[in-house]
Design a protein around this ligand. Sequence first.
Ligand SMILES: Cc1cc2nc3c(=O)[nH]c(=O)nc-3n(C[C@H](O)[C@H](O)[C@H](O)COP(=O)(O)OP(=O)(O)OC[C@H]3O[C@@H](n4cnc5c(N)ncnc54)[C@H](O)[C@@H]3O)c2cc1C
Length: 391
Amino acid sequence: MTRQVLIVGAGIGGLSAALAASRAGWLPRLYEQAPHLSEVGAGIQLGPNTTRILHSWGLDRALAQVAAFPQRLRVRSAHDGGELGTLALGDTLAQRYGAPYACVHRADMQALLLEAARMEGVVPVLASRVSAVVAFGDAVALRVKGGAEVEGDALIGADGLWSRVRELIWRDGPPPATGHVAYRSVASQEGLPPALRTQDVNVWLGPRMHLVAYPVRGGDALNVVVLVEGRSSGPADDWDQHAVTAELQRAMGESCAPLRDLVNAMPGWRLWSLHDRAPMRSADAMAQGCVALLGDAAHPMRPYFAQGAGMAIEDARELGRALSSVGGPIDVPLALRRYALNRWQRVARVQGLSRRNGRIFHAMGPVRWARDLAMRVMGERLLDQPWLYGE
Ligand SMILES: Cc1cc2nc3c(=O)[nH]c(=O)nc-3n(C[C@H](O)[C@H](O)[C@H](O)COP(=O)(O)OP(=O)(O)OC[C@H]3O[C@@H](n4cnc5c(N)ncnc54)[C@H](O)[C@@H]3O)c2cc1C
């Protein structure tokens, strides 16, 4: 009989897990609390480590239809606009790592994965909030709020930052606030003054803040995120809070005119409160018996390495490998243990570097001076990440 894996959450991680599990010969049953799948209006960057997996799943054409493929990553001073360092992306990076650097709108990414899952016969069960999880011996069960209990051979918590599965099984409390918030806006490039349009990834570094702008939707739209040290007064778990533009402008401090122009030109700013967890310390943080965590549920991180979704997709690929090994002497707990053992150290490194990048990006005084000098002298060497992109 086909083994069943219960997956909680149909975000980028859960959909990827469903796809990988199906290809591993398992029957994924995917439960999503939202009544319909609609990712918030924002972009994500995908390094070659991630796009290589999407290509291996046969999604290269689908990705090419919705993504933008920037030619350069440019790091600049928010204070005077001066260029600090660049990294060639485009064909240069694609040839180096066998897959491109892509920027994609989250909704497009989710739709792409959803369609791929549907082609495998996997359809998420929507409006199904998982309220309880029971692990017993060699089986697991979950209960959907107001609905039935469902049993399976393995259970994957891909339910994001505020994971219910983590709360029920790991019981290690909610993820703490980082004291940073993200303002975000997406606009049609055509609607922006020509000087503000760009097909590059641009990162502007300022004291206690940085701004990232890159194209999405095949280059037709511009995604801008401003990451600022400060707190929001809205609910911690609301990804889509109303933002007061005047507060954002204040947080921009002494930024140069082109950057202020960009912030003023972008419409409808929304706000996100950032939370993370300390880097994982062992495989136990990702798997216990027949239950495993994946993506933000396992390892929420600051977005300063642009790898949270990338790590979720890498987790899914590894989960697929683990599930396909089940049989004979390898039972589900052993396979999930292997999944966790093969993932936790790499992800913990990315979690740690994401925190460190935040400190470097937002530096002031002598640290800022040293950062700018290092970036000017060794830009490409600092910005390229062979250990990450090459694996
Ligand atoms: C400002 C910002 C910028 C970022 N930029 C990048 C980037 O450039 N590149 C990158 O790779 N990553 C980036 N990230 C990180 C990335 O967004 C996340 O790591 C990724 O979306 C995590 O996906 P996930 O599927 O694990 O979780 P989520 O996307 O949170 O999905 C979890 C799903 O589970 C559902 N769910 C929750 N609880 C339940 C329940 N009890 N029952 C049923 N369903 C449930 C939710 O509704 C949701 O659909 C960024 C993050 C932020 C905040």
